[in-house]
Design a protein. Structure first.
Length: 472
């Protein structure tokens, strides 16, 4: 009895663990978007670029602030350096004899004079130390001041690129999310068709047993059921593939079980005038904004290269404390100095002018890229609007088509039961109904995706996704 109790508790524990670790995670669209913005590597890299640009701005300001350098050294000479120098002993001896001879103290004798030669002598002491502090302040340097402005523009560029990654990620999440919903809806439609076929098969078999239908009709319906079953398996695999694609985008482990919560529903929208849409695209498209800011960066590089022609003026002040000795009993002294340095380059072999020319060409190239991208964006916006208008008109007709197909299937089933219809009519009606439902759900899906792509082209997304960056 006790053994049975322990076995029961063991299986209960195993079941609980399985439920805990095998629990399915269900995502709404908003949850999927937030997960991507939190985990997606492209988003994380773009956010790091903003943080890096913020640090670059602080660094640029740092060049305009005073700098303080402190240094110190202690040296002990193992062997003193020596310098060739006139022999002081010979000089002193010759000077002494010269005076004695001149004053007639001694009789003049040139043999007393020593030859003047150089002798290796050391003027350094064995031990020495020096400590020094220096403050430097840039008073004028065009490159420093231009660098501050360029770093700020670079920060603006990194923020726009971050917004572009956000907008692209939102679009990609919507496409993957609604791809899962579409796969599930088509799977459900196919399962409904299979259920209709199986129900029809059951009716046919019942009628066949009573002698009201032929064996051929029963075989036809059975073949129809068996043909639909592989499609169900195929669509189940497609649904799993769509979920795996979403997991990659969400940066979730492939072993996790996920699903999505939502519906593919048609929400009709009104579009503003084309000119207004085009103006919004040119003003708000993130790729265009990035290129326009990049052009400003290129122009700043031109100014930075031109700053090489301007002088640099800096003020400095230093204080030093030093000492030296042979026996560690230092004789110390201090010194202080203030001053201004001025420097200007008069010739660099044409390097500055050539770099300016390169920067000017880069600016022109960016402008051409802007012009090309403007035309492409306007073309894409126009195509998306036309696609949305086309799909919107199709959806109205497809809704009507589904209603008619449902009625046709009901009529065909009734006619067959009454003996006035054929099994082929039911089969065709079922195929038409499944096709009508599939076409409708695909069209609504296409409308939603086209609308998401239009939002990305127009730079439209929930600005709360970038609040964290804007506040920095």
């Amino acid at each position: 009895m006790r053994i049975s109790k322990w076995i029961f508790m063991f299986f209960l524990f195993e079941f609980s663990v399985g439920v805990l670790y095998g629990q399915q995670k269900i995502f709404t669209l908003e949850e999927a978007i937030n997960t991507v913005l939190k985990n997606n590597r492209d988003v994380l890299v773009a956010k790091m670029n903003v943080e890096k640009a913020n640090a670059a701005v602080d660094e640029a300001f740092g060049y305009a602030l005073p700098s303080l350098d402190v240094s110190g050294n202690l040296a002990h000479m193992l062997e003193k350096p020596k310098t060739p120098f006139p022999d002081f002993e010979a000089l002193l001896t010759n000077a002494t004899y010269g005076i004695l001879f001149e004053e007639k103290v001694l009789p003049e004798d040139n043999n007393k004079f020593l030859p003047i030669k150089t002798k290796l002598q050391s003027f350094a002491q064995t031990n020495s130390f020096e400590t020094k502090a220096q403050v430097t302040q840039i008073l004028f340097n065009s490159a420093v001041f231009r660098g501050i402005g360029a770093s700020q523009i670079y920060l603006d560029l990194s923020k726009v690129q971050y917004e572009a990654v956000i907008a692209n990620s939102v679009r990609d999440v919507k496409k993957a999310f609604y791809g899962v919903l579409l796969s599930r809806e088509i799977l459900n439609i196919t399962k409904a068709s299979l259920a209709n076929a199986e129900e029809n098969l059951a009716n046919i078999k019942a009628l066949n047993q009573q002698g009201f239908t032929s064996d051929f009709d029963a075989l036809q319906v059975e073949v129809q059921v068996e043909n639909i079953k592989p499609k169900v398996v195929e669509l189940e695999n497609m649904l799993q593939s769509a979920k795996n694609g979403l997991k990659i985008l969400l940066n979730i482990d492939q072993s996790e079980d996920i699903d999505v919560s939502g519906k593919i529903e048609f929400t009709e929208e009104t579009f503003p005038e084309e000119e207004k849409v085009y103006a919004d695209a040119i003003e708000n498209n993130n790729d265009l904004k990035s290129l326009q800011i990049k052009k400003r960066v290129d122009e700043e590089f031109i100014a930075l290269e031109r700053s090489n022609y301007w002088p640099t003026l800096a003020a400095f002040g230093n204080y030093s404390y030093s000492g030296s000795s042979d026996k560690w009993n230092f004789q110390t002294y201090s010194s202080a100095m203030v001053g201004v340095t001025f420097s200007i380059n008069l010739f660099m072999g044409g390097r500055a002018s050539n770099r300016i020319e390169q920067a000017q060409i880069a600016t022109k190239q960016t402008q051409e890229q802007i012009n090309v991208l403007k035309d492409f964006v306007i073309s894409q916006v126009n195509n998306k609007i036309l696609e949305l208008q086309k799909v919107r008109s199709q959806i109205k007709a497809l809704n009507r088509n589904v209603e008619l197909a449902q009625k046709a299937y009901a009529i065909a089933s009734t006619r067959y039961k009454e003996g006035s219809g054929t099994q082929l009519e039911i089969k065709n009606a079922d195929v038409e109904l499944m096709s009508a439902r599939t076409n409708l759900i695909k069209s609504v899906h296409d409308y939603i995706i086209a609308n998401a792509e239009l939002d990305q082209l127009l730079g439209r997304y929930d600005k709360t996704y970038t609040n964290e960056i804007e506040q920095e």
